[in-house]
Design a protein around this ligand. Structure first.
Ligand code: GLU
Length: 483
């Protein structure tokens, strides 16, 4: 059987990192098994729709490098891929269940349902539709039901859960799952406005789109018994199920906005590489080997199996994400890094001279930062002369004799014709040896005069990247104005 999997988000805003993990595992599974990856937009809950959310989802998915074979933005043989364009279908199937006695009409008002739930709560029972006492076709009888329908009294169609049965299914990650029928709610399938609920639309579409494996977050596990009942009622073959572990904050609570960013787009803006993010997300709940962390998309595809997905929740560890990003920062070609950074520099009005220069600057500092966007903050002095000078560093390293030492050194430094790392380095080493002074007596003051900061890359590497004229001006400015 051909592997066909789907990512089925509801367009309620942005792509959540948990959603990206689900999409990614579906994609890896599809590609690993030469199957198809489908995007389906589940917009049956009209109250939760957000303008532009679908476009936003697609944008984030495309950024991550997940490629779909079918979907609203591509087309395919099983469309439409947006549930609101398939409404007639769901009514048809809800009716089919009615005819077979697997679903029924119910006429309860919102107040009546609230009262029922309140009573149950008081009695200490889990709230659940009570088919035996509420207003439905069983309690009202055939004639009254017909009468209400004829009079256009609003109704919903509910799933008739087989109470006496044990609902059993197999989950690839969690193993055998079994729930007592009497613990499953008589789920609404078709709402009073004629719209289907998630459950009906989801099952109908998974069947019609020939989905072979349903891979989704653990929060959907409680819905699966209802889905299994529906598959059986329709006489359809069930897909295989795989429920992915929850994503957790460091304190093991469910990943939430309160403790950090949960939208993929936030991480894009923060400058994480897509390769880092995909790699990091892939390891949230799946780990093929204990001794390896860095995987390209192709390597993830080659190695991915659902059997290796863990049952227990996966911690979203920002420290690890930053570490991983630093690894990619070291590996990436300089030209690509420069291209990625240029828009940020332009937006911040940083003058970067040329792309070649920028590549050298990135190369100079990349081992000391873990995010490319930190380059201008870490080394602003590579884009403009410093205007502020770290006072603590000056206090510590600018001693009584320093001005004299540096001024004398400066006279000879200015004479260096060939301005590069080697000449600067060799000249200074020779100079301190001849004068019988320590290298740090030159290097520390140089750092503060050239960069204004106490930390940075090697000072001779730094100075050699600057134009000689520029470096000279910085030293002169400092000696004339700051000490
Ligand atoms: N529309 C559901 C969601 O927003 C889909 C769940 C499923 O994959 O069945 O996640």
């Amino acid at each position: 059987m051909e592997v066909r999997v789907r990512f089925a988000p509801s367009p309620t805003g942005y792509l959540h990192v948990g959603g990206l993990r689900t999409a990614l595992y579906n994609y890896l599974f599809a590609r690993h098994n030469n199957g198809k990856m489908i995007l389906r937009i589940e917009d049956t809950d009209r109250t939760r729709l957000v303008e532009g959310a679908t476009e936003n989802l697609i944008k984030s998915l495309e950024w991550s490098g997940i490629v779909f074979d079918e979907g609203p933005h591509i087309g395919g043989n099983f469309g439409p891929y947006v549930q609101s364009e398939r409404f007639d279908l769901y009514t048809e199937y809800a009716m089919q269940l009615l005819v077979n006695g697997d679903s029924y009409y119910a006429f309860d008002t919102a107040e009546e349902l609230d009262a029922m739930r309140e009573k149950q709560q008081k009695a200490g029972i889990a709230p659940k539709y009570d088919r035996t006492i509420m207003k439905n076709q069983f309690t009202l009888g055939e004639a009254e039901t017909k009468n209400l329908l004829d009079n256009k009294i609003p109704y919903v169609i509910r799933l008739k859960v087989p109470f006496e049965k044990e609902i059993e299914f197999k989950d690839i990650i969690r193993g055998d799952v079994s729930v007592r029928g009497r613990d499953v709610d008589d789920q609404i399938l078709l709402k009073s406005d004629g719209f289907p609920t998630y459950h009906l639309a989801n099952v109908v579409d998974d069947h019609l789109m020939q989905i072979s494996h349903v891979i989704r977050g653990e929060e959907w596990l409680p819905s699966t018994p209802k889905h299994v009942i529906l598959y059986d009622a329709f006489g359809w073959e069930r897909p295989q199920f795989a429920h992915l572990p929850l994503l957790l904050n460091r304190d093991k609570s469910k990943l939430s906005k309160r403790q950090g960013d949960v939208a993929v787009e936030d991480y894009v803006v923060k400058g994480y590489f897509k390769e880092t993010f995909v790699n990091f997300i892939a390891l949230l709940g799946w780990n093929p080997t204990a001794d390896r962390e860095i995987f390209s998309m192709q390597e993830l595809i080659d190695t991915f199996t659902l059997e290796k997905v863990n049952k227990s929740g996966a911690i979203f560890d920002l420290t690890k994400l930053n570490w991983m990003n630093s690894q990619y920062l070291r590996m990436k070609p300089m030209e690509e890094l420069a291209d990625l950074l240029i828009p940020t520099l332009q937006a911040k009005d940083f003058n970067y001279i040329s792309k070649e220069y920028l590549m050298e600057v990135i190369n100079l500092v990349k081992e000391r930062i873990d995010n490319l966007l930190d380059v201008p903050e870490f080394a602003p002095y590579m884009f403009a002369k410093p205007t502020e000078f770290d006072p603590d560093f000056i206090n510590k390293h600018w001693k009584e004799h320093t001005k004299e030492t540096i001024s004398t050194y400066f006279i000879e430094l200015k004479e260096i014709a060939d301005w590069n790392y080697q000449t600067l380095h060799d000249f200074t080493l020779k100079y301190v040896e001849e004068k019988g002074i320590k290298l740090k007596d030159i290097v520390h003051p140089l750092r503060i005069m050239i960069t204004g900061k106490s930390v940075g890359a090697g000072i001779f590497e730094t100075i050699s990247l600057l134009e000689k004229e520029d470096a000279i001006q910085r030293i002169e400015y400092f000696l004339n104005n700051k000490v």
